[in-house]
Design a protein around this ligand. Structure first.
Ligand code: NAP
Length: 322
């Protein structure tokens, strides 16, 4: 386990990475994304931060708070429903028009719902889109800016998808979008998004053009956030109490600590390149299912499927990888 004192000692030194680091936090208006953005602002020198989400009220509150936390920081809000890939393209265009590089791309926009398949106007399931396709679209669209960051001095280019590393599950490679009503279940949606994230990040990490970019899939543990808001205030309260009671088990992380751990992962040398699957303690997330999926050729199928979906929707989707 990487102790929180080790992590805090590292964070105290990230100012040495120099001024003007750029962080993009998709899902930065709440929960783990918000807390990661806050710790980045607290510790970096003159950082530029983009919060992407739907809630302007939340973003306004954070912009004021972050300015007070670090006077040299700049925080911008981009309001967008990123379950729609065309909207993701618009957000990426806006960032690319303002920035030459992106150092840290943190992807945590997500929802918890027991609802069945819920199609967006683009024909993707909303949850699968938020947890996987949209995140891959951000990653591939912003890769040119991440690559630029990987050759700057000092080099720093990371993508973190906050989901479920180590909890990869079986996938149906002939219906990865879970279009068939018989394929869809809450479990299948979670397993598919989690497995596809690890496999697609593995593919991107193995592309020599991305050798200076670190691809991190994290499993945050239990963090008391707004994730259960879709279930209403009563269930959310019960979940919060449950999380509080589970604290002694070591499976629960406070939002602040989760933010600190994600900024650590995004800046510590050990995750500077390649694929890293990490758990709540900052250790390698055990990936037996993932290794099996790699061996049986699922990785290629997932990448072909992803390219196909990204190409068919919207106009960007230029990155094809090797
Ligand atoms: N919390 C945990 O215990 C836990 C455990 C394992 C995995 N995770 C994963 O971690 C991720 C982050 O969860 P969290 O706990 O931080 O949840 P959270 O507090 O509910 O935050 C979710 C974020 O996603 C954004 N979002 C949701 N739908 C969106 C949409 N259509 N367009 C744009 N932004 C959208 C929300 O922003 P707006 O409201 O502004 O749109 C918010 O910023 C999720 O993928 C979750 O599955 C969490």
């Amino acid at each position: 386990m990487v102790s929180i004192s080790e992590i805090r000692a590292h964070l105290a030194g990230i100012s040495k990475l120099g001024p003007n680091l750029v962080g993009v936090f998709v899902g930065g208006t709440s929960g783990i994304g918000e807390s990661t953005a806050r710790e980045f602002v607290r510790h970096a020198t003159s950082p530029r931060v983009y919060l992407v989400g739907r809630s302007r009220e939340q973003a306004d509150r954070l912009i004021t708070e972050f300015k007070a936390l670090n006077k040299e920081s700049q925080t911008h809000f981009i309001q967008s429903d990123v379950s729609i890939l065309r909207n993701v393209d618009g957000v990426c265009k806006e960032i690319s028009a303002k920035e030459e590089k992106v150092n840290l791309l943190v992807l945590s926009a997500g929802i918890m719902t027991m609802k069945g398949r819920d199609e967006t106007v683009e024909g993707l399931d909303k949850k699968l889109s938020l947890h996987y396709y949209s995140r891959l679209r951000f990653t591939t669209n912003l890769l040119p800016l991440l690559r630029t960051a990987s050759t700057a001095q000092p080099p720093l280019a990371r993508v973190i998808s906050v989901l479920g590393a180590g909890f990869e599950g079986a996938i149906n490679t002939s219906d990865l979008s879970l279009r068939n009503p018989n394929s869809y279940s809450t479990r299948a949606a979670a397993d598919t998004a989690t497995s596809m994230t690890s496999l697609a990040f593995d593919h991107l990490a193995s592309d020599p053009a991305n050798k200076g970019v670190g691809f991190i899939h994290s499993s945050p543990g239990g963090v008391d956030t707004n994730l259960t808001r879709g279930f209403g205030p009563v269930v959310s309260k019960i979940v919060s109490v449950g999380i509080f009671m589970l604290r002694p088990t070591g499976m629960i992380v406070s939002p602040k600590e989760s933010g600190e751990r994600h900024v650590w992962a995004g800046t510590v040398d050990r995750f500077a390149s390649g694929l890293s699957l990490i758990n709540l303690n900052g250790e390698k997330a055990s990936g037996k299912v993932f290794e099996g999926l790699k061996k049986d050729g699922s990785g290629e199928k997932v990448w072909e499927h992803t390219k196909d979906v990204l190409r068919k929707i919207g106009e960007i989707g230029k990155y094809e990888g090797s």
